[in-house]
Design a binder for this molecule. Structure first.
Ligand code: NAD
Length: 339
């Protein structure tokens, strides 16, 4: 979404994983006051990336998390790496009410992106919003609409756009090096031992209903009794996650759009299921086996596949032009082959 170039500089210097374009609205030279919502796996990592970047003019003045352990861990990281003691909140609305905060990083489970992003825009904040933009297409469209109206910077954490290999691939495509592209294959394959099922991340041993605000986690999701698996392994349940499509595929459709200059497909079909992790004790809902086909309006097609039971082919995108192929593998290797 649009923003003046001067504001982009901060993000570069802040060094967040995706070089976010989140900058102070009123004065590009002043220190950006940041609020950090969600300091779980990703939020905690992004904090480190911000501080280990070039140390641009920002200060994390507040942090929010509904699990006391992660709130304390986030605060500690800010103190250790930023040298200041942030305000702490369990309710993100209270953080957003702080008018001194220019921008927020939102790194919470997917179903919370929509209410948090809308509330942040209404509170006049710029946003670095972790992927996926939203849990549903309709929610995403609303965020985009409000973001455009607000004039705020909203950047989504599909950080491959900052990877030099994809930037190079984009240049090569634009120069016509592989001719016309109508077809892209993308894939992500993983495998783990049976005692380490996909997305069954470790639950903090101390987690309980007293230190985990279950109602705030649920937000507008269907009411359910406290369930540690749902809270700490939310990716496995439809109420909070779109599974492979919004967790993994989203990176690869996004980067395909970036490299090939596309935006929105007109249709998609997908199929899959829970084929591997069928143990009765495993109540996961989202597929571990998934394929999708996207059609774009201008004769462009993405063929996507993902499976959690074999990692031989790893991760990649193959841009199949009529005169050659560019493939980016494991986000670390770029191969170009003439046809
Ligand atoms: N860009 C990437 O490569 C990348 C990688 C990993 C995760 N992510 C994204 O980051 C987001 C977070 O994923 P994660 O792996 O860190 O999950 P996580 O479960 O490790 O962390 C989520 C955090 O949000 C907190 N939380 C839950 N409800 C909250 C609420 N109402 N208010 C404030 N905090 C709340 C949790 O306590 C937890 O600390 C997701 O959108 C995910 O898709 C992106």
């Amino acid at each position: 979404m649009s923003e003046q170039p001067s504001r982009r500089d901060f993000v570069k210097s802040a060094g967040l994983a995706a070089a976010p374009a989140v900058l102070s609205a009123q004065n590009a030279n002043s220190e950006l006051q940041l609020g950090w919502i969600g300091t779980g796996g990703r939020g905690y990592y992004l904090l480190e990336r911000a501080y280990k970047g070039s140390g641009g003019p920002f200060k994390v003045v507040a942090t929010c998390d509904t699990y006391a352990g992660n709130l304390a861990r986030g605060k500690d990281r800010i103190q250790t790496m930023g040298g200041n003691s942030p305000k702490t909140f369990v309710d993100y609305k209270e953080l957003l009410a702080d008018k001194s905060i220019d921008a927020v990083v939102i790194a919470t489970p997917e179903h919370l992106h929509y209410p948090m992003a809308i509330a942040a825009l209404k509170a006049n904040k710029h946003i670095y919003l972790e992927k996926p933009l939203a849990h549903t297409i309709e929610e995403g469209a609303e965020i985009v609409k409000l973001a455009e109206k607000s004039g705020k910077v909203v950047q989504v954490g599909t950080q491959n756009r900052s990877n030099s290999l994809y930037i190079k691939a984009k240049e090569m495509v634009a120069q016509g090096m592989i001719g016309d592209i109508h077809y892209v294959r993308a894939f992500w394959y993983r495998n783990t031992l049976p005692d380490n099922p996909a997305w069954r991340y470790a639950i903090p041993p101390d987690a309980n209903e007293q230190n985990t605000d279950w109602q705030k986690f649920l937000g507008a999701a269907p009411k359910k009794p406290f369930h540690k698996g749902r809270y700490y392994q939310w990716r496995l349940y439809w109420d909070y996650s779109g599974g492979i499509s919004t967790d993994l595929l989203v990176h690869q459709t996004d980067i395909t759009n970036f490299v090939c200059g596309k935006t929105t497909p007109v249709s998609c079909v997908a199929s899959g299921g829970v084929y591997r992790w069928t143990d009765a004790a495993d109540d996961r809902e989202v597929p571990d086996t998934f394929s999708a086909l996207y059609e774009y309006p201008d004769k462009f097609h993405i063929n996507y596949s993902c499976y959690f039971g074999n990692e031989k082919y790893g991760y990649g995108e193959q841009f199949m032009g009529n005169e050659g192929t560019i493939e980016v593998l494991n986000r670390q290797i770029l191969n170009s082959t003439p046809e």
